[in-house]
Design a protein around this ligand. Sequence first.
Ligand code: ADP
Ligand code: ASP
Ligand code: MG
Length: 832
Amino acid sequence: MDRSPVARLSRIVTLSPPIAHKFGGTSVADAGRIARVADILLARPERQVVVVSALSGVTDALIALVTKAASRDADWDGAFATLRDKHRAAARELLARDAEPILAVLETEFASLHDLLHAQALVGHVSDDLLDIVQGLGEVWSSLLVDAALRARGARSVRIDAREVLVVESGELGAVVDWDASRARLAALDLGAFERVVLTGFVARTGSGRVTTLGRNGSDFSGAIFAALFEASELHIWTDVDGVLSADPRLVNEALLVESLSYAEACELSYFGAKVIHPQTMSPVIARGIPIVIRNTFKPEHPGTRITAQSSAVPPVKGVTTFGGLALLDIEGAGMIGVPGTAERAFEALKLAGVSVVMISQGSSEHSICCVIREKDAEAAQRAVRYAFTRELDVGQLEDVSVRGGIAALAVVGDGMAGTPGTAARLFTALGRARVNVRAIAQGASERNISVAIDAADSVRALRAVHAGFYLSAQTISVGLVGPGNVGTAFVRQLAAARERLKRDSNVDLRLRGIASSRAMWLGESAVQPLQALAGFESAPTPLDMDRFADHVRADHIPHAVILDCSASGAVADQYAGWLALGIHVAVANKQAGAGPIERYDAIRRAATAGGVRWRYGATVGGGLPILGTLRDLVETGDEIHAVEGILSGTLAWLFNEYDGREPFSALVRRAKEKGYTEPDPRDDLSGLDVARKLVILAREIGWSTQLADVNVEGLVPSALAAVSVSEFLERLAELDGPIGARFEAARSKGHVLRYVARVDAQGEARVGLAELPGNHAFAHGRLTDNVVQFTTSRYRDNPLVVQGPGAGPEVTAAGLFADLLRIASGVGNSP
Ligand code: ADP
Ligand code: ASP
Ligand code: MG
């Protein structure tokens, strides 16, 4: 033996502790990926313990094969051939001309599988022994391929079948490692100063020699066990995501990478369903303080997530998880109060029935004990507990032992939660605002985890709402638009321009997912940009189905939904109460509901209150001007309103601001129409009806129950022209000139101006029509289409409060609607 110092030194260097690398099924899915795995390993300098899963999907395929063979399904041969060809093809692609030796081994492997399946078909029912042998074969084959790929690249690699070294016994919580036996078997292999060892994940053997597995997803556990057995300095778990994310990325797009986690946090997260790491994985490495790194095979340069003993309180919540397939077991009855040991008896009964308890919650009244179990155990659990309390149930000390399925658990996890007050409040606020019903609550004494049981149907929505509630992602809001006319399309353009900024700066993610007109609709997915949505509506509309539209907007997977109504339709207003009852917020530029029948108005308000959702209509008066908001503030702060008056129509404002008696009034109406200041039928403006509607909306905001019929409306359309066609009306427009000219002259002779004014007062007087006003009146100096509103109140008595500014046109109205949408958004978030 060479005893030179250099040789001794090199032996010390090569004997530095190895790093264990575990590759999941997706990392070794095919030849290309296996080649990538080999390259990753070869690019690293350390000694390596490599644990591999089966090629993705293979374990499932093997289990299906056993079932098929057992049921004597003639097709099992075909499925068998598919599996064999998949591995053969991978070997050929990976090793080209050098594939022969591996192909020969695979041939033998598959021949013995064929025999096993044949035996299975003869047995005729699934044999557990056979199933255990067969389901672990995928790891045997994948390890052959990975080992061969390493050697084909010139690496020194040794392959070990874990069934020859890993000894486990089955325990209550899954496989229990026999460390001494396993260590002894490994030592017997005398690997010496190996460079790379490739091991099969998932499989093991019992002390009595029976082949077994470590349970589904057990390769992570294998990785940890071998990291411990080989005294590795780190365990790297390679998968197809960058690391542990704050939520399942398949459910929450914006899930964030968690850079570091404590073992305890990782255990909680994985126990509660973060599939990226298997819960059992941790125990062997925790005991030895070996760090775990979760990382991405497709981005080997990415540092991933580091899991160590160290805990950090920042951020307080690291992740949110959900998992379903659960049931609630409820034991109720006054007989439990003050009786010691009731809970113990219940849990003992469950334990004896082999039912594992996922979550426990007991109210301090002791009137009921409630726990969460797996749905598949529900019946057995109910039976066991009923049996244990037969006497108490008979004499009525216990009322009932009930189970309810369709339950999911949601858990928020983080070491820092303990020292951060308000975490629970934030969780429940987020759930409440997303209208998720919480059925049971449990918080571990460690305060590292708060779990709630909810209906499984709510779980994705709940997950997203809670994830956003902790600012881990933006608050997502599903938006539906009814009435894509001038205002509607202006809104879509404004949304397109503001969306990214809102997401970045205000944590609000607005998704336009549906557009409906009176006849057609378009429904789209969340990823569609607003302008694409509009294009989708224009190019590929489908017939309108309002129920489907509302259902789509109120998606189960998005926490919050808002429908915006830019139509002028009473039929759409009829839907509001129904939408609100479904939990959809409603924001409108449509005046029909605000000014329509008081019964409908009240029903809408009641539905909003009952549903905990909002109906906003700030854009119905003055577009984007702060008119209704100002009035609401006055009312809510206790001011007494004496009168509200104003110029509420941009069209009429423009007409009377321009009209000076020189040019006929009809000519101005034509110009206004050309400029787009009027409705398609200018009588809609000139009739005063629109102004009357706004006045009703204002009055109701004060709490007055004004109806449209209560408003005395002086229209500007002569009765002879009221019923004619639009074109005839436009032809005979000059018939307006005489009467209006006369009113104008009468005013001018007194030094007054003529304006179209609306007014409602505390005495119940409501009037809309022409008014002669002195030249110094607040309404006399409006410009262009300015709206002006004047509030006379107890606080603003001598000098009324005036709000003035452009109040007509699609842009400002859309902006008013947008502002209402954002107010709703800030109400659903956790901002104060
Ligand atoms: P592998 O085949 O590598 O074992 P798995 O499918 O078992 O991979 O686990 C990785 C998957 O876990 C990811 O693709 C991801 O979709 C899912 N996952 C669920 N929850 C989380 C989470 N909180 N963080 C990261 N990934 C998660
Ligand atoms: N192949 C096994 C399974 O699919 C083990 C694993 O991949 O972790 O469950
Ligand atoms: Mg896995």
